[in-house]
Ligand binder design. Structure first.
Ligand SMILES: Cc1ncc(C[n+]2csc(CCOP(=O)(O)OP(=O)(O)O)c2C)c(N)n1
Ligand SMILES: [Mg+2]
Length: 623
């Protein structure tokens, strides 16, 4: 069929389906795009000509549209995503942060940046980067290291292997991330006789591979020999829809479960074997059990430094590791017994192999008691009654109290993700959506939009700090345009509280983390050393100007009432509340490796360096 490359691409994308466990889904839920030269007349024309094939969504910022695609993909457990088309130059490079976020988090997105002319006729075209010593470079090459697949479609027929390779990576549970097809603008508009087979309906099967039988037997033996085993559930548990299999494994064996950020919700918060968050932002329950564990079973986790508390979480000198992961790269981490396989299938098989095994009663009772004690700590922090400004933990309590189990909370950066990891009571395995692989300021609202697109039947609560809001909040406009309601709680502490607290703990006094005037050449400080006045930033007014319904809350009681009022609104609501920046949720027996200056004239920095060197002695990398 004679089509332009852009038309063939759109037709191809509309025909891609994915199937797991016998259930088929359309893989692309639509295509986000911001047009400029480089896509307006190519892919833009194709979307305009055939709107029934692929729904076009307008966005405000290219980075934000990748965030939305990521939110969508995560909500769909990687069984779907959105495509993103851009113009050349700045439109294309705005994708880089979103691409990195997708690849770091192992979530599929398809990026279609426009590119300079393949023919090179108008060399240099507007927005082209000229590299004197190389003719085949464009700014899109910046997407290579952050993509799991990259191709440049320099001739129409190259679309055929390029698009198929991109799909292979997007649907592969071990390899997925950003796939980039850079599309030179002349090629997008060029016609070619594309074969019917390329444009036909195609179903990609997602298997549930099992690890090697011998390794499974060895893993079952290691678990049977363990007295204090701990399972760490990562995002892979949720993407593989293994929460139910995990519950059966836990109820059969009594092995307790701690959760990473992406794995939170693997068990409901009140399950007696659930220890909640582990690591730097972990609960005292999980971190106490981790310290003593003799066997750690990672399921679907990448073992980031936040999970391992920078390799200090597991204190038993003889601790052993078993890793279940669909990606051998992750399964081999921590010198673990390496089980390469699907989380659900592997947990089911292990449950069968361990039919005779059960942890000792006193260990189970200890875990259940810690769970109850932790819940009392959550309750205390929810009801702190801090004044005159409330604490952030009370905001979390109010939002948690207002939500239904299936509602989704979305967050990404600042002090909120750590507090949510500890304190959010998750009741549904898809109810917790904190992007903490890249912890990207500005993901919150855009990512929340993607979550709502993937699950319009759920209410989506976005918790966003003032810093993140200032960085990227413009998809409020898109949410209103598309009738996709978000309930956004804007938690204002007039600055970067997380980094401020970190800076204070490392001896640098919160330098550069508050929004204050520059006076007499100094940022944020008056000539007498006192803090300069806070900048007159009114984020609620900003949200209002973007078309959101805004509710200004002066107290937690206001917030509770506001959340009820927000439920009656049909479109996006922003609830703005100020919190006390100095009233943080404590850290529970954990540590994060952040290097402190080895030499400094500042006493507090030198003291922090001494504490750092001491703490670092506990770091252990298993080999
Ligand atoms: C894009 C990006 N830039 C910088 C950072 C580093 N960083 C992490 S949290 C943070 C401050 C966030 O401020 P805010 O959203 O107000 O949350 P708060 O820390 O006050 O809770 C910064 C600068 C980041 N995570 N992402
Ligand atoms: Mg802030």
């Amino acid at each position: 069929m004679r089509l332009t490359t852009g038309q063939a691409l759109v037709s191809f994308l509309a025909q891609q389906y994915i199937e797991r466990d016998g259930v088929e889904h359309q893989f692309f839920g639509g295509c986000f795009g911001i047009f400029g030269h480089g896509n307006v007349a190519g892919i833009g024309e194709a979307l305009y000509e055939r709107p029934h094939l692929l729904t076009y969504y307008q966005a405000r910022n290219e980075q934000a549209m990748v965030h939305a695609a990521v939110g969508y993909a995560r909500m769909r457990n990687r069984l779907g995503t959105l495509a993103c088309t851009t113009s050349i130059g700045p439109g294309a490079t705005n994708l880089v942060t979103g691409a990195a976020l997708a690849t770091v988090n192992r979530l599929p997105v398809l990026l279609l940046p426009g590119d300079v002319f393949a023919s090179r006729r108008p060399d240099p075209v507007l927005q082209q980067l000229e590299v004197p010593w190389r003719g085949d470079v464009s700014v899109n090459d910046a997407l290579q290291p952050v993509s799991r697949y990259f191709d440049r479609i320099d001739r129409p027929e190259q679309l055929i292997p390029g698009a198929l390779s991109a799909m292979r990576v997007l649907v592969n549970q071990a390899e997925t991330g950003a796939a980039t097809l850079a599309c030179p603008q002349d090629v997008q508009a060029e016609a070619y006789d594309f074969p019917e087979e390329f444009l036909a309906r195609r179903v990609w099967h997602v298997p549930r591979p099992l690890p090697d039988a011998e390794v499974l037997t060895a893993a079952a033996r290691a678990i049977r020999e363990a007295r204090r085993p701990l399972l760490v559930a990562g995002g892979g548990v949720i993407y593989s829809a293994a929460a139910e299999a995990l519950r059966r494994f836990v109820e059969r064996t009594g092995v307790p479960v701690a959760e990473t950020q992406a794995g939170k919700g693997s068990l409901p918060y009140d399950h007696p074997a659930g220890l909640g968050a582990i690591g730097v932002t972990g609960t005292f329950a999980a971190n106490a059990i981790a310290r003593e564990a003799d066997l750690v079973i990672g399921v679907g986790t990448r073992w980031t430094d936040f999970t391992t508390a920078s390799k200090t979480a597991f204190g038993d000198p003889d601790v052993r590791y078993v890793n279940v992961n669909v990606a051998d790269f992750d399964a081999a981490k921590l010198a673990a017994l390496t089980l390469v396989g699907d989380a659900r299938a592997t947990l089911e098989r292990l449950t069968e192999l361990l039919s005779e095994y059960r942890v000792a009663d006193d260990y189970r009772e200890l875990v259940a008691r810690l769970n109850t004690e932790w819940d009392a700590e959550v309750e205390r922090l929810y009801e702190l009654g801090h004044s005159p400004l409330p604490a952030q933990s009370e905001v979390i309590g109010a939002v948690n109290g207002a939500t239904e189990p299936a509602d989704v909370v979305v967050c990404a950066a600042g002090s909120m993700p750590g507090d949510l990891h500890k304190l959010w009571r998750t009741r549904d395995s898809k109810g917790y959506h904190v992007e903490y692989g890249y912890s990207c300021m500005g993901y919150e609202i855009a990512g929340g939009l993607g979550v709502k697109m993937a699950a319009p039947e759920r209410e989506v609560y976005v918790l966003v700090g003032d810093g993140s809001y200032l960085m990227l909040s413009t998809e409020i406009v898109t949410s209103i345009q598309e009738g996709l309601k978000l309930t956004i709680v804007l938690v204002d502490n007039h600055g970067f509280n997380s980094i401020g607290a970190l800076s204070r703990s490392l001896g640098t006094d919160g330098f550069g983390t508050q929004y204050r005037y520059r006076r007499d050449g100094s940022l944020g400080v008056d000539s007498d050393g006192s803090p300069a006045p806070v900048l007159p930033v009114d984020l609620a007014a900003n949200a209002e100007s973007l078309g959101a319904r805004v509710i200004r809350c002066r107290s937690v009681a206001d917030l509770r009432a506001g959340l009820e009022e927000a439920k009656r609104e049909e479109s996006t609501v922003v609830l703005a509340i100020e919190v006390d920046r100095y009233e943080g949720v404590p850290s529970y027996e954990s540590w994060w490796d952040v290097p402190v200056a080895e030499v400094s004239s500042v006493d507090a920095v030198r003291a922090a360096r001494r504490a750092y060197e001491q703490a670092r002695e506990r770091e252990r990398t298993p080999v």
